[in-house]
Ligand binder design. Structure first.
Ligand code: SAH
Ligand code: SF4
Length: 426
């Protein structure tokens, strides 16, 4: 959206009080994120009522998709409500606002290819969408309602965007999708090799974009265990630009809870995927997401989640207490877990996750990491910081400004759970 607005002649204000247009890009995955939006928007609406008649207030993202016109009724000072499907039309929608209408663009549509050059926060690493939406029906999740059905971008469009990034000096690309390994299911055709596979799978896409000049590293997120194939693991092990980093949410370690969540896999299938990755790439980083306190979760079932975390030895786990979401089945069940129990389980799981991550990080001590330097350490100017292939932050003495954008070898001397420290090898 920032890119589209800049191409339309808008510039970024330093301070929110100087802005003529304020865009809230919102998340509705959990209730807390949604409530933050209402309090932030409410403040600006009040300012507008009091003295800023010309101010335009925009709510974009998943809260916009979820609430639609309700948002306009709740906060009548809003000028524009637009769902993610319409994000790249924000300039045209603001023109409609200029003509005096209040606009609500939330109907799910075929997403048009971006024509504007997206603005990116870094000049080194970029995110590239490969698939929008989600076709799953996890019983806790609001995403299928807000993001709509899967829409894979054309492989040629993805490659074109990566070629432009490579030419502009970007070194690393993270390919993005809700369930990125489901890529291609909605694209027509069958593979030419007579294997019966679809014309395009995510693995085919990796082979197709892998040689883009200038791009030295490729990551991807998020993977869904149901679609994570052995073929994909092999491609990641064989293609040299692929980073050894996997984000594969598991949500729970209990087969009963996974069934209630409608995740479509079991604890042991998840373990087999992990074993597969470790067999091909013993040092790969693996991160996941987990939910505690899903309706009906017993202490024993929670313990199964803890057991999975211990067995796999994750590098990181994003944890959350279950949050009932509008229009999702599990929100209506009468076996909700008490908040106090959820919070207690969350704390216990977080403690375990940190212990496991710290233990797992020890494998790097004494090893040599290839680090893509992002610049100086913001807190210590005589140090440089970057990431290794496993997506860990690495700090080392050196001139971050001079080294920025270079791949350098760093010997790791000591580690914390989520950061590594070492010295550069010359
Ligand atoms: N498509 C990805 C995850 C997308 S949502 C997948 O299926 O793995 C990101 C994370 O938010 C999820 O992995 C889940 O852990 C968390 N999440 C989603 N809905 C939630 C809810 N209602 N309460 C708590 N956490 C939730
Ligand atoms: Fe939500 Fe499940 Fe889709 Fe992930 S796969 S976005 S958790 S519905």
């Amino acid at each position: 959206m920032a890119g589209t607005l800049e191409s339309a002649g808008y510039t970024c204000a330093e301070d929110v009080s100087d802005a003529d247009v304020i865009v809230y890009n919102t998340c509705s995955i959990r209730d807390k994120a949604e409530q933050k939006v209402y309090s932030a928007v409410g403040k600006q609406a009040k300012r507008k009522r009091n003295n800023m008649g010309g101010l335009k207030i925009v709510v974009a993202g998943c809260v916009a998709a979820q609430e639609g016109e309700t948002l306009l009724r709740r906060v009548p000072e809003l000028d524009l409500v637009l769902s993610p499907h319409h994000a790249n039309r924000i300039d045209q929608l603001l023109e409609q606002v200029d003509q005096g209408s209040q606009v609500c663009a939330v109907e799910p549509i075929q997403i048009a290819e971006d024509i504007a050059i997206p603005r990116r926060d870094s000049d080194l690493t970029a995110w590239v969408n490969v698939i929008h939406g989600c076709n799953e029906k996890c019983t806790y999740c609001v995403v299928p309602n807000t993001r709509g059905i899967e829409q894979s971008r054309a492989p040629e469009a993805i490659r074109r965007e990566m070629l432009a990034l490579g030419e502009a000096g970007y070194k690393e690309v993270t390919l993005l999708g809700q369930n990125i390994d489901a890529y291609g299911r909605d694209l027509p055709g069958a593979a030419a090799d007579g294997s019966g596979r679809r014309a395009w799978t995510f693995t085919d896409l990796l082979h197709y974009v892998h040689d883009v000049p200038g791009i030295e590293r490729i990551r991807f997120a998020t993977s869904h265990p149901r679609y994570f194939t052995e073929r994909l693991v092999r491609a990641c092990a064989e293609l040299p630009k692929m980073c050894q980093f996997f984000h594969i949410p598991f949500q729970s370690g209990s087969d009963e809870i996974l069934r209630e969540m409608k995740r479509g896999y079991t604890h042991s299938r998840y373990r087999r995927i992990m074993d597969n990755i470790r067999r091909h790439m013993p040092d790969a980083s693996i991160s996941g997401d987990a939910i505690v306190g899903f309706p009906g979760e017993t202490e024993e079932q929670f313990e199964e989640t803890c057991a999975l975390v211990r067995e796999v030895g994750f590098d990181r786990v994003n944890t959350a207490a279950y949050s009932p979401r509008p229009s999702t089945p599990a929100a209506l069940w009468d076996n909700q877990v008490a908040d106090l129990i959820k919070v207690d389980r969350l704390h216990r799981l977080n403690r375990l996750v940190n212990e496991v991550a710290e233990e797992r990080a020890q494998r790097f001590v004494g090893s040599t990491a290839q680090v893509l330097v992002e610049g100086p350490n913001p807190k210590k100017s005589d140090e440089a910081v970057g990431r290794n292939s496993q997506n860990k932050l690495v700090f080392f003495p050196g001139n971050g400004l001079q080294l920025k954008g270079k791949l350098v070898d760093v010997q790791i001397d000591y580690v914390h759970a989520y950061t590594l420290f070492g010295h550069m090898l010359t």
